[in-house]
Every structure is written in C-alpha cells, then in structure tokens.
Design a protein around this ligand. Structure first.
Ligand code: ATP
Ligand code: MG
Length: 331
C-alpha cells in the first residue's frame, strides 16, 4: 500500500533572465504521507512558493522551466499531465489556501455563496442542501453566527474570519492535499494561532494531507508533523517537528529557532543569523549557507554538502551538524 499522498523527486525550477539563470529550486525531494502535515520553512526567496506552485504545476512557462523526475499524488503520476488534466486534479484533489483572502475571495459575492459554489461544484446537490453544508462548514471553522455572516461580503469580515472562510472552501471539495502558502502571515499573532488551530483541527478531522508554507518557524510547532527547512533553493534539513525543535542539526535551522519567541525567552543565548539569503544570481560556492555560518570551514567554502540521513528519518545537509541537546536549548 502506498502511504504517501505526495511524492516528489528531484524538482528543479529555473527562471532564465537577461542577467543569467535564476536557480529557484535545485533538486528537491518531498514526501507527504496520508493525513500528515508537512511544513516547508525558510526565509524569503528560498523557493517555498515556487515549490508549492510546482506541485500543482501552476508555474507559468515561460518564464519558469520546471523539471521533475516524479510527481505523484496518491497513486497518480502527474508529471506528464496536460493542463486540462491538471485543472481537474486541482479542482478535485488539491486545494490551495493563499495568504491574502481579500484577493482570493470574490469581492462582489457574499461569502456564503462562494462556499455554496464549492459544494455545488463537487456534489450533485440542491442549492438548499449546499447552503446547509455551507453553514455547517462555517460553524466548523469557527465563524460565529454563520447564518447571518454567510450574507456578508468579504470586506465586511475581519482578516481572521476571511481566512476561516477560505479554509471552509478548501475543505468543501474533500481534497486529498491542501497547500497553504503563508495562510496566517497577514494576521495578528493571536488570530494567527486561532486560525492555525482551526486549520489543524479540520485537517485531522478530515484526514487530508497538508503542506504548510511559512517563513516563521514559530507557527509550525503545534501544527506540523514534519518540517523541511529550505535555504536558497535546497533542503538543508528534514526532521519531525519534535526532533527539529529539540535538537536542530543544521546551523540554519538552529538560527531560525532564534526567532521563536517561546524559545528565545529562555536563558540560552541564541545567535541570530547575520546578513540575508544570497541573491539568486550570486549564490556562493560550496555550501550556500557558509558565508553566514559561524561553523564554516574551508571544505564548506568549496563543496556543497550532500543531504545525509540520520536516525528517525532526519536528513541534514551539513559537514558539521550540531548536536545541541535538549537541556542546552531549555536552560
Ligand atoms: N516569475 C519569476 N521570475 C523570476 N524569478 C522568480 C519568479 N518567481 C520567483 N522567482 C525567484 O525564485 C526564487 C524563489 O522565490 P519564491 O517566491 O519561491 O520564494 P519564497 O520562499 O516563497 O519567499 P517568500 O517568503 O518571500 O514568499 C526567488 O529568488 C525569486 O526571486
Ligand atoms: Mg512565498
């Protein structure tokens, strides 16, 4: 039996430009098991959105050139599917939740009708039955007074409520995989936590797979099962969320943890990572992270480290992986 909902092997995406080739994604493998929440984390520009668009084959070509050895959703190989076939896959099996609900929703249609449409598109049901399901769905994602809220237009709802409507819509077609690209970035911190809780609750209730994309490691701790840390188009660490927070092995993952307030409040002195990600046209030699890494050696400057397997399925791309213990992080 195939446990994987998504299997992607060796994804490469480049954007040709006058100044040279922008290598946005450089050979990424991604596995999402059935019912699993996988987070893809990394700073701006590291290739998270391009990866998620590639999974749905939504990259415009040109300008993008995409290559992948394997792209399987459940038991279906999507690699050579035409755009028409992909449209039916996207409509039926993959849902997307974007960061900006205001642009994702139709401003001149009530939110209730927009959720109705999702149910009507995927089921042979009456409008009345669709509305019944819409109200149930809105209640499930925590929209209070769903009956009257359903008659509101998007601009009449708060950002958090709009995001809940998008979640209700994403689940309406009972997809196999949901991709959420920075679903809570535009919201206040407290609302962010609530919306993520709703997303996680819905994901578990419906047992779908979730790919959660975020630049903020602190949002994944209560939501994700597995985390992929990306840097400059490559995976630098893959680990269970527990292992990653307990003992980050890649210096970049360790640095990202510094931005998690809960952890950085402890006495342990996290060292924030200096500088920023390299320009995609000026990636350094060797390990792309070496100019920002305080453990970098001559070897790191010359050779790209391979992604090595550790215990518990962890994978790390580093010649000098850290072994920070739990106690060091906590004390
Ligand atoms: N249409 C495009 N043309 C040229 N380069 C692009 C295009 N889209 C993305 N890129 C480049 O690909 C790289 C990865 O971009 P991507 O949008 O995936 O980053 P990201 O990790 O999602 O960042 P953010 O956190 O800011 O959303 C970047 O260097 C970006 O400049
Ligand atoms: Mg992005």
């Amino acid at each position: 039996m195939n446990d994987n909902m998504l299997t992607m092997r060796n994804l490469k995406v480049v954007f040709p430009s006058n100044a040279g080739m922008i290598r946005a994604v450089e050979g990424i493998d991604l596995d999402i098991r059935k019912g699993e929440c996988v987070a893809v984390v990394g700073e701006s520009g590291c290739g998270k959105s391009v990866t998620s668009l590639a999974v749905m084959k939504l990259l415009n070509s040109p300008p993008a050139l995409m290559r992948v050895d394997e792209l399987r959703l459940d038991d279906e190989e999507l690699k050579d599917y035409s755009e028409t076939k992909m449209q039916s896959i996207r409509g039926q099996h993959i849902s997307i939740i974007f960061q900006d609900a205001m642009t994702a929703l139709n401003p001149v249609m009530t939110v209730g009708r927009q959720v109705d449409e999702m149910f009507l598109r995927h089921n042979d049901i009456s409008k009345k039955e669709a509305r019944k399901r819409t109200l149930e769905a809105l209640e499930l994602v925590g929209v209070p007074e769903a009956k009257s809220r359903a008659n509101n237009f998007p601009h009449q709802l708060s950002g958090g409520m709009r995001q809940r409507v998008l979640i209700a819509m994403a689940f309406a077609c009972m997809p196999k995989l949901i991709i959420a690209d920075e679903p809570t970035t535009a919201l206040d911190v407290t609302i962010q936590a609530q919306v993520l809780e709703v997303l996680r609750g819905m994901q578990q209730k419906h047992d779908v797979s979730l790919m959660l994309i975020t630049h903020d490691l602190s949002v994944v701790s209560n939501v994700a099962d597995t985390v992929y840390v990306m840097y400059s188009g490559k995976i630098v660490e893959k680990a269970s969320v527990r292992d990653l927070f307990k003992t980050p092995h890649h210096p970049y993952s360790y640095g990202l943890l510094a931005s998690v307030p809960k952890l950085s409040d402890t006495k342990h002195q996290f060292v924030q990572i200096p500088d920023s990600v390299p320009h995609p046209l000026r990636k350094p030699s060797g390990c792309y992270f070496h100019p920002r890494c305080r453990y970098a050696t001559e070897q790191c400057k010359k050779e790209m480290p391979p992604l090595e397997r550790f215990d518990n399925g962890r994978e790390v791309r580093c010649y000098h992986p850290l072994n920070v213990t739990d106690t060091e992080l906590q004390s």
